[in-house]
Design a protein around this ligand. Structure first.
Ligand SMILES: Nc1ncnc2c1ncn2[C@@H]1O[C@H](COP(=O)(O)OP(=O)(O)OP(=O)(O)O)[C@@H](O)[C@H]1O
Ligand SMILES: [Mg+2]
Length: 619
């Protein structure tokens, strides 16, 4: 568990196909992609205004300030004021343009992220259980948090800033060339030095940063695991050991962070100082040229200003580019999730209802072009089913069994024998490669998955409750159930009593996965949820295993009522639940080794007899 979790903390990787990913991402702008034109325009205008505004300095100094220094002159002064006003309006217009393109990009990116999130989530809902087996929740979560956030950053800041930096650098460079090639030469030479320093430090701090991220990943993974396992830590008094392990990781982190940041922290001041040096050199050289008469004072001042606005974006361009690339890597990971093949379903038999509300199988026959209807009865047959989660590792081996409508089939056997796996196949969480499972005579692969699952209710081995009221959690079994139906189902499953004792009864809000309930209470709710669905087939996976004996008696009564008239598959570790089953299957390593009624099996004196006489608990 800890391994994959660390991955999301590792340094963001570069995208493999940045251009392709970028294009696909742009597809999410849809019809609004046209808005990119005004964005480009405003970026150009804002950079243009910035540069032109600076260019005004020359006019101000050479045409107005220098003559004014010679003596007061009304006309010159008026011109000076006008030029000042024009310069100010230019800067204002520039700011307006900057605001505008950021604003448009913000809208664009919000819309894009909305679409991206919706599509990712919808797609994820259609993925098979097999997919979720292979990906931890932390890994999937980071698609919605880290990766989406990186795309947001890129869209609302990264790209506009990168483009505007590029535009500024290029046009400032052109302006510099126009003003004075000699000074530009000095700037270019100095710039080369600065870039060399930056890459030298960058190449050394890069690996240190990767190491820092790795240490951070380890540290966070450890903290996460310990928070989750806090009870186990306390039970085994492992606080001291955990602290020691934590200290070790923390120290590793401190060292890595120091190494990485010492270098990185030097970079900025060095670059800052170098740009001051550049400024000074240009000022001296410019001064010399001005005194020599080959440049005007205004040109030198303006040039100096350009030097300022040049070195700032150039030190940021590579950083912005990295940001964009790692956001594209995030987008690529999101797209990878979206490209996961959906859970296949070639089923065409669907559920229908007759006038009396009874369930029917609607079976279209393509060749004859006709449709037949057959009542849903709950007749399940396994015919030599062999299955494994991973190829080459057989979990179920040649399972054959049948359940007539209304029968109760119990599975017993040691842990890992394959009991839960059998139920996973009935509702097609996994498809069966070999052998057949028939439901009312229909191969279940022909039944549409959603309808198949609708026709049966399952109480899973690990119950899951949602952050909502008790009532809504039960209603999850059948969304259109009325409040009365919900309460009726709760009564049937024996949950009504404890629900009434909750502070707000049925309106009590359960917190994360029902942490404010006991294990048994959670299971009672899960049973009530199945009861409200009122299906012809019921699958109970160890539903009573954590209910105390007194409650068990209560639940048993309810369960008997619940099971009445339905086909039931029940996996129980307690013999009391198994004893009155119509048939008991004893499973061992994926094979049914004994089958029969309780009395038959006891008379056989085999594994079941051993289990029954050896221990009350079957596992
Ligand atoms: N999602 C999965 N991926 C791969 N292997 C799995 C998966 N689920 C279960 N297995 C393996 O299949 C075998 C049968 O597991 P299953 O959950 O059916 O056992 P079980 O009889 O329900 O046990 P228990 O009584 O403990 O619930 C085990 O060896 C288990 O390791
Ligand atoms: Mg199980």
């Amino acid at each position: 568990m800890a391994g994959p979790r660390h991955n999301r903390m590792l340094p963001p990787q570069k995208a493999e196909h940045p251009v392709k990913t970028f294009k696909r991402l742009m597809g999410y702008l849809g019809r609004r992609a046209g808005l990119l034109i005004p964005v480009a325009l405003f970026v150009l205008l804002s950079s243009g205004a910035q540069i032109a505004g600076t260019g005004f300095l020359r006019v101000l100094i050479d045409r107005h300030l220098t003559p004014l220094l010679q003596g007061p002159d009304q006309a010159v002064f008026r011109g000076f004021a006008k030029a000042l006003a024009a310069m100010m309006s230019l800067y204002l217009a520039g700011s307006l343009c900057t605001w505008l393109y950021h604003r448009i990009m913000l809208n664009l990116s919000a819309g894009m992220l909305y679409k991206l999130r919706t599509e990712t989530f919808d797609h994820m809902e259609g993925l098979s259980i097999r997919f979720f087996d292979k990906h931890t929740h932390g890994e999937l979560m980071s698609r919605y948090t880290n990766d989406i956030d990186a795309v947001r950053q890129m869209m609302s800041n990264g790209i506009p800033n990168f483009i505007s930096s590029m535009v500024t650098v290029i046009s400032v460079f052109v302006m510099m060339l126009l003003y004075s090639w000699q000074l530009t030469l000095i700037v270019a030479a100095m710039l080369l030095v600065m870039l060399r320093v930056a890459t030298a430090i960058g190449s050394r701090s890069g690996p240190c940063f990767a190491q820092q991220q790795q240490s951070l990943g380890k540290l966070n993974g450890y903290i996460e695991e310990l928070i989750e396992g806090q009870r186990v830590v306390k039970v085994f008094c492992h606080e001291r050991e955990s602290e020691k392990a934590f200290d070790r990781l923390n120290e590793e982190m401190r060292q890595a962070a120091t190494r990485a940041n010492v270098l990185a922290n030097i970079l900025m001041p060095i670059m800052g100082n170098l740009s001051h040096v550049l400024y000074a050199i240009v000022a001296i050289a410019g001064g010399v040229l001005a005194v020599g008469g080959s440049l005007s004072l205004g040109t030198v001042v303006t040039f100096l200003q350009y030097t300022r606005s040049f070195s700032h974006p150039i030190t940021h361009i590579s950083q912005q580019m990295n940001g964009v690339l790692s956001a594209l890597a995030g987008a690529e990971r999101i797209f990878k999730l979206m490209d996961e093949p959906l859970e296949e379903d070639e089923g065409y038999v669907t559920l229908a209802k007759d006038e009396a509300g009874r369930l029917l199988w609607r079976h279209p026959h393509k060749e004859e072009g006709s449709v037949t209807f057959a009542p849903v009865q709950g007749n399940v047959v396994f015919d030599d089913v062999t299955f494994g989660y991973d190829p080459g590792k057989v979990v179920l081996d040649g399972i054959s069994l049948y359940a007539r409508p209304g029968q109760k089939i119990a599975f017993v056997g040691s842990t890992g024998a394959g009991k839960t796996t059998i139920t996973n196949l009935i509702n097609r969480f996994y498809d069966v490669p070999e052998g057949k499972i028939r439901y009312d005579g229909i191969d279940i692969n022909k039944i549409c998955k959603a309808d198949l699952r609708r026709s049966m209710a399952m109480v899973l081995q690990d119950t899951h409750l949602f952050t909502d009221t008790v009532r809504e959690n039960i209603r999850y079994g059948k969304l259109e159930a009325t409040d009365e139906e919900v309460e009726e189902a709760a009564r049937l499953s024996g949950a009504h009593g404890f629900i009434q004792r909750l502070p707000q009864g049925y309106d009590t809000v359960l917190c994360a996965d029902g942490a404010n309930l006991s294990q048994g209470q959670r299971q009672l709710l899960a049973i009530a949820r199945a009861a409200v669905a009122d299906p012809p087939v019921l699958i109970l996976d160890e539903a009573t295993s954590s209910i105390d004996t007194r409650t068990e008696a209560l639940v048993e009564r309810g369960m008997d009522q619940l099971m009445e008239g339905r086909t039931v598959f029940v996996i129980a570790h307690r013999l009391s639940t198994v004893r009155n089953a119509d048939a008991i299957m004893v499973l061992e390593k994926g094979v049914i080794i004994e089958r029969g009624s309780h009395d038959d099996l006891i008379a056989q004196k085999g594994k079941y007899y051993q289990l029954y006489t050896g221990a009350f608990e079957l596992s």
